[in-house]
Write a protein that binds this ligand. Structure first.
Ligand SMILES: NC(=O)c1ccc[n+]([C@@H]2O[C@H](COP(=O)([O-])OP(=O)(O)OC[C@H]3O[C@@H](n4cnc5c(N)ncnc54)[C@H](OP(=O)(O)O)[C@@H]3O)[C@@H](O)[C@H]2O)c1
Length: 371
């Protein structure tokens, strides 16, 4: 169907903050992908945003028609989490490739429906774990799994920011809240650094009294992994911004910060410490959204199975669901032991230069994430 000179034609589904700030500008950095359509419910975006990119606008009512129009090869789905399944399943069933924002869905059952839809026509599905193509992250994962820090024992992390209740994250219950939204980053990081899946989960959460969230806005999670490995992370929607992780092995520790965010100023950096030495490893910011799109399009054009596939999304989903159960019951939740068939390969790291991001004022009709 494709040859090497052809570009994968993407429709953006949901012209919200991440589409406007990062994905749409990022695609221009690739050499194998192009934007051709915007699916939006907002007439102002249908007019202004689509014409800014010289692309055609479609409404959600026209989504099925777009999928069968022959005008697109793939969709990038960046609607709120509770709509991911609704937009992913028909695309996969129409044979359209899907780059799906994290978290994959809002329940394990929904994630499994997406996986089942993928099997109907053989369209490719990738979950948009942009850090799987970021050179610093890929180096940390590769070195950790190559025993560079000794036997890995523990992982600790904080990822926090002040989120506006008016944003779709701020009023859609647990699955719009900080655990699925931000906790996916430390969870995905530790699963890949350890190269293992957790076997037990415990979580405690608080609801900040002067805020209007309808869920725990600050949550601390503890995970037990096979062998002698433990992990903890805390996420919040109600504090100043904070992000780091620390991985500790028997020979060395690494402290990574920044480690989860994106953008032209985010030079992912980690400090490696042994008893007698300390070394800083810093990586120039890259175009993380362009990189993941370049990689996914390359998989489409060359018929390769993407690394961050539906299984990778599902493996995070089952832990996110267990955290929800632990918050509800106060109990530790046991997870079936499983192993993952794929891992991040060193050659997944890409180095496209960061695209210029529009400021909040330049974006059209967004409900800002930051409080
Ligand atoms: N990978 C990353 O770094 C990253 C960062 C941020 C967010 N994300 C993920 O990307 C997704 C979107 O996040 P975002 O920050 O862009 O959210 P957002 O600003 O709230 O945008 C979501 C967009 O979805 C569309 N939409 C359709 N039905 C909607 C409904 N019922 N309620 C609200 N919006 C609706 C709207 O676009 P139209 O007006 O065009 O229809 C809206 O602007 C989430 O899954 C999030 O987890 C990923």
């Amino acid at each position: 169907m494709f040859n090497q000179t052809k570009k994968v034609r993407y429709a953006v589904v949901g012209g919200g903050q991440i589409s406007q700030q990062a994905f749409m500008p990022g695609v221009a950095r690739t050499n194998n992908s192009e934007l051709v359509a915007l699916v939006t419910g907002d007439p102002v975006k249908a007019d202004k945003l689509a014409s800014q990119y010289g692309i055609k606008a479609w409404s959600y009512d026209q989504y099925e028609e777009l999928l069968r129009s022959g005008e697109i090869d793939a969709v990038y789905i960046a609607t709120p989490n509770f709509l991911h399944m609704k937009h992913a399943v028909p695309a996969l069933e129409a044979g359209i490739h899907v780059l799906l924002e994290k978290p994959m869905a809002t329940s394990v059952a929904e994630a499994e429906q997406i996986l089942a839809a993928q099997n109907t026509r053989g369209a490719k599905l990738m979950i948009a774990y942009r850090l799987h193509h970021e050179p610093g992250t890929v180096e940390m994962v590769t070195r950790a799994r190559g025993n560079a820090f000794g036997e890995l024992r523990s992982f600790s992390s904080i990822f926090a920011q002040n989120v506006a209740e008016a944003n779709s994250r701020g009023h859609n219950g647990y699955w719009g809240g900080p655990v699925p939204d931000m906790g996916t980053y430390p969870l995905n990081a530790v699963r890949n650094l350890f190269g293992q899946e957790p076997v037990a989960v415990h979580a405690v959460g608080t609801k900040t009294s002067n805020r209007g969230f309808n869920f725990h806005d600050t949550v601390a999670v503890t995970l037990r992994f096979p062998g002698e490995r433990v992990a903890q992370f805390t996420v919040s929607y109600a504090t100043a911004s904070s992000e780091f992780f620390e991985l500790v092995g028997t020979k060395a520790s690494i402290h990574a910060a920044p480690c989860f965010n994106f953008g032209p100023k985010n030079d992912i950096t980690y400090v490696e410490k042994t008893n007698d030495d300390s070394k800083t490893h810093s990586f120039d910011a890259v175009e993380q959204f362009g990189n993941e799109t370049q990689y996914f399009s390359d998989c489409i054009l060359n018929d390769r199975h993407p690394e961050a596939d539906g299984e990778e999304g599902w493996l995070d989903m089952r832990v996110l669901a267990a955290i929800e159960r632990s918050l509800d019951t106060g109990e530790t939740v046991q997870l079936e032991p499983v192993t993952r068939s794929r891992h991040i390969d060193p050659d997944q790291a890409l180095t496209l230069k960061p695209a210029k991001q529009p400021s909040e004022d330049e974006m059209i009709s967004i409900v800002p994430q930051a409080a």
